[in-house]
Design a protein around this ligand. Structure first.
Ligand SMILES: Cc1ncc(COP(=O)(O)O)c(C=O)c1O
Length: 348
């Protein structure tokens, strides 16, 4: 296993931190009377604090993901995990991260909020990782490299061999955001967790599982990294209703996976239809639940679709995405309406 000295890369002041110990940390199990947490004794269905460590969800996820519970951290969306990773490892005003535009916007925003320098290394012409340029960009103060696979907004998966190369050569953490992993035909990089202590994989219930409103993100990593995140998280970061619904979703995974199949088949249908429209120059191959579409005039098409009540994402300002719209794959009816409106636009 490639090991790293976590003490060397974490923020020094966190080493001796005694985390907040909640009432539910001090006592676990069943009691007759709970007078320990200053809760309201009258039953509203929500009057008790939830499990701060979300044991039941982690046990279920552990089976599905083939990752031990001690390697799972749950955040209020993966956005919380992104923020906590930055706060655990990057010293404001001193440390830096590397991101690979065009990519998910929160890595940069979260880093900026935490006053952490962001080094941008563009993805190559195939929207894949440019390993040499990344290695040139890192300095001894670079703590985290954020990779997104499949990448938002381009839709392609990054080459696993190139990711391995970075894992081998970089002694900070390589965070692979797999928010869209359940839409790909290949495998998650969680299979490499046993080989690399510096690998962190992010996943979420927001996409394939259809649970964006719940806010439940997973961070899968070496137990020392998970321990550090647990130390600095707000004690009850996953609400009780969130935990209940997440358990329900995981217990009914068949239904959710059927929907993933439907979305993947709609992705293929939509790709074909979009490609046949003269206003479309290119539909980039996607392994996610959205398509990056290069058009002749993204601003005008975006404006027209908005007027028609169809909202897509204009990504034209992102590097390498000139005149590109990012279109989420909807239901059959939604996709048909989109194509109809775009065909009408062609005729006007
Ligand atoms: C790549 C990527 N990561 C993370 C997220 C946020 O996920 P969550 O809803 O779990 O915070 C998104 C949301 O669009 C995303 O595209």
């Amino acid at each position: 296993m490639k090991t790293i000295n976590l003490k060397e890369i974490m923020r020094p002041h966190l080493q001796g931190l005694a985390p907040y110990s909640s009432a539910r940390d001090d006592f676990q199990g069943q009691a007759q009377v709970y007078l320990d947490a200053n809760e309201n004794p009258f039953d509203t269905g929500f009057n008790r604090y939830p499990d701060p460590h979300q044991h039941e969800i982690k046990e279920r996820l552990s089976e599905i993901k083939s990752v031990s519970t001690e390697n799972i951290f749950l955040g209020n969306g993966s956005d919380e995990a992104i923020d906590l990773l930055l706060r655990a490892f990057c010293e404001p005003g001193k440390d830096s991260i590397v991101i690979l535009p065009p990519t998910y916007g929160m890595y940069k925003v979260s880093a900026k909020i935490n006053n952490i320098e962001v080094k941008e290394v563009l993805l190559d012409e195939n929207f894949d990782v440019d390993v040499d340029t990344i290695l040139m960009a890192i300095t001894p103060r670079t703590k985290l490299i954020f990779l997104c696979s499949p990448n938002n907004p381009t839709g392609n998966s990054l080459s696993p061999a190139r990711i391995r190369n970075i894992l081998d050569k970089f002694n900070g953490l390589v965070i692979v955001d797999e928010a869209y992993i359940d839409f790909i035909d290949g495998e998650s990089l969680t299979s490499l967790l046993g080989e690399y202590q510096n690998l962190v994989v992010l996943q979420t219930l927001s996409k394939a599982w259809g649970m964006a409103s719940l806010r439940l993100g997973m961070c899968l990593a070496h137990k020392e990294i998970i321990g550090l995140l647990n130390k600095i998280k707000p004690p009850y970061n996953i609400s009780g209703p969130n935990q209940q619904q997440a358990k329900f979703a995981i217990d009914h995974s068949d239904q959710f996976m059927e929907r993933v199949k439907a979305i993947k088949s709609q992705r293929e249908w939509l790709t074909g239809k979009l490609q046949s429209l003269p206003m479309v120059e290119r539909v980039f191959p996607s392994e996610a639940n959205f398509l990056l579409v290069k058009t002749k005039n993204a601003n005008a098409i975006y404006q027209y679709l908005t007027e028609q009540g169809i909202i897509v994402r204009n990504r034209s300002k992102e590097p390498g995405c000139e005149n590109c719209l990012r279109i989420t794959v909807g239901t059959k009816n939604e996709n048909e309406l989109l194509i109809k409106k775009l065909s009408d636009y062609e005729r006007t």
